[in-house]
Design a protein around this ligand. Structure first.
Ligand code: FAD
Length: 494
């Protein structure tokens, strides 16, 4: 006999609910715990997973394999080319290992829930208990509802209810210990699994060796690194977070999103640690930096609740039906300029180049470039959503889809369609001295003062031209009017 834990986007040993339950079950039964992870190239393809993210997961698995081996727990990692083969293949592994109980943490996207349902049925047929566990979010989807018993579609009342629920159920923030040591004879019995090598990235998702080095340096993998980052942020930066979080040049945020999304850090761990750093031990307590950070981590829960309640958002549909008929421009050269950071709008270009180089972009800039794509360029927001997933190391369907829906005004609790970011004003407000732009757009490094935000109309045309920086590909005012008209027409409010 044995008990299995199937790792997915919960790549850690500490504070992992499913893993802990599997470990406890194995202990009570007196049988070994076996862990597994499936590399699925077709899933990566279908979900537009970035090569940087795949590489991050594989690097994390290496660390986990060693940590688990210290506890005599084997980690079986295997690539299965066709995703339709996964359930069948898993069943034969379970049968070889004599598994009677399988645990995993739930992923709320449609494909994943369907696969889980299939696994539950197949396992039932074979007398195996398949146990999907809520772990990825602090509060499980379905727990919070409006006075009328409905799912919230607006963040602020949802957040008040989230806070009250967590205060009333302090166990939601309790940590789970890591797994227990396996019986020592397991090493011999499962030698082949202990000896398994970490697979290479699938060919459709591999990095060049230069990129590999760069991402390893920028984003060290694994749960130990995640805890270090969290603790450093809580010690050094959280006090100033509320004021500085919107300034892309200030390096004021936690940069733990890749860890939340790969599961090297549980959102629960983050919220608990932030709460404990506040003297009131409340989530909305005395320290405004802490309260503000917790409310950002809660956005992640919010978007997962939205996804679980309205699964059609996973099917390339806008949350708001009436926005289905907006007539987008399909202008390839504009899209290419946006992707490459060559639009002639310095803040947009800086942000896109940050994404292309590091796999990450500051939140304020994500909103600016998303609004620019959907409103100024009037390109279908789904092209931007996909490009983000293909390049972000922290790509997470719910947060990305939610962020794009907010910015394009097609999503849940969106920015109203008539509120259109002016990229120049955003740049002046949030990167006032141009520090962020100068870092990512070297062509403008020597531009001084306010000209950095719009070199061609503010007296820095010569430098910009000499260094090959492009002229603006569109004119904001005209674009704004076009977007207003097109959105109005699309949603039938002419
Ligand atoms: P901090 O400011 O330190 O916040 C702490 C944590 O809270 C983050 O790590 C993240 O897990 C969560 N968080 C913060 N803001 C948000 C938010 N607006 N929505 C959901 N969760 C949030 N975040 C992703 O993790 N993956 C994505 O694919 C993603 N795509 C986005 C696309 C768009 C268009 C927009 C506007 C936002 C997107 N975000 C996404 C949200 C946000 O930009 C990032 O989570 C944040 O920039 C990560 O940096 P940090 O860890 O330093 O955040």
């Amino acid at each position: 006999d044995s008990v299995i834990h199937w790792f997915k986007r919960d790549l850690r040993l500490f504070d992992n609910r499913g893993l802990r339950m599997a470990s406890e079950k194995a202990k009570t039964k007196g049988v070994p715990l076996i862990c597994m992870f499936i590399v699925s190239p077709q899933d990566y393809q279908a979900h537009f997973t970035s090569p940087a993210r795949v590489d991050f997961e594989l690097r994390t698995l290496k660390i986990m394999k060693d940590d688990l081996a210290k506890l005599d727990i084997p980690l079986h990692i295997e690539t299965i080319e066709k995703r339709k083969d996964i359930p069948h293949h898993l069943m034969s592994l379970f049968s070889n290992w004599g598994a009677k109980h399988v645990y995993c943490n739930i992923e709320y996207e449609v494909d994943e829930l369907r696969r889980e349902e299939k696994m539950i049925r197949k396992c039932l047929d074979m007398g195996i208990a398949f146990n999907p566990v809520h772990d990825d979010v602090v509060v499980a989807p379905g727990e919070l509802s409006t006075g009328a018993g409905k799912q919230y579609a607006v963040y602020s009342p949802w957040f008040r209810s989230w806070i009250a629920h967590v205060h009333a159920n302090p166990n939601l923030l309790e940590a789970s210990e890591g797994p227990e040591q396996n019986p020592s004879d397991i090493r011999k019995r499962f030698k082949d699994i202990f000896d398994m090598k970490i697979p290479e990235a699938p060919s459709n998702k591999s990095l060049t060796s230069e990129e590999k080095k760069r991402f390893e340096h920028l984003w060290p993998a694994g749960e130990h690194e995640a805890m270090d980052r969290l603790n450093k942020f809580l010690k050094q930066k959280i006090g100033k977070y509320k004021d500085a979080r919107n300034l892309p040049g200030s390096n004021a945020t936690a940069t733990v999103s890749v860890h939340h999304s790969a599961g090297t850090l549980a959102a629960r761990t983050s919220v608990r640690a932030a709460r404990d750093a506040d003297s009131t031990k409340k989530l909305d307590g005395g320290n405004s930096g802490i309260a503000s950070w917790i409310s950002e981590v809660a956005w992640r829960d919010f978007y997962k609740h939205v996804l679980a309640h309205w699964p059609y958002v996973c099917m390339f549909k806008p949350f708001k039906y009436e926005y289905t008929n907006i007539k987008w421009e399909y202008n390839d050269s504009h899209f290419e300029a946006w992707c490459a950071g060559q639009t002639g709008f310095p803040i947009v270009d800086a942000a896109m180049r940050q994404l292309n180089h590091t796999g990450y972009m500051h939140n304020r800039c994500r909103m600016i470039v998303a609004s620019f794509l959907a409103k100024d360029l009037l390109l279908d927001w789904r092209m931007g959503e996909k490009y983000f997933m293909e390049h972000l190391i922290d790509g997470d369907f719910a947060s990305n889809n939610g962020g794009w829906g907010f910015s394009a005004s097609t999503g849940v609790d969106p920015q109203p369609y008539f509120r259109i970011f002016n990229p120049l004003l955003q740049s002046e407000k949030f990167d006032s001295d141009g520090e962020y732009i100068r870092k990512w757009v070297p062509e403008l490094k020597s531009v001084e003062g306010k000209a950095i935000h719009d070199p061609y109309s503010r007296g820095a045309a010569k430098i910009a031209e000499k260094n090959g920086y492009p002229k603006p590909i569109v004119e904001h005012k005209g674009c704004r009017e076009r977007a207003l008209a097109r959105y109005k027409q699309g949603i039938g409010r002419e």
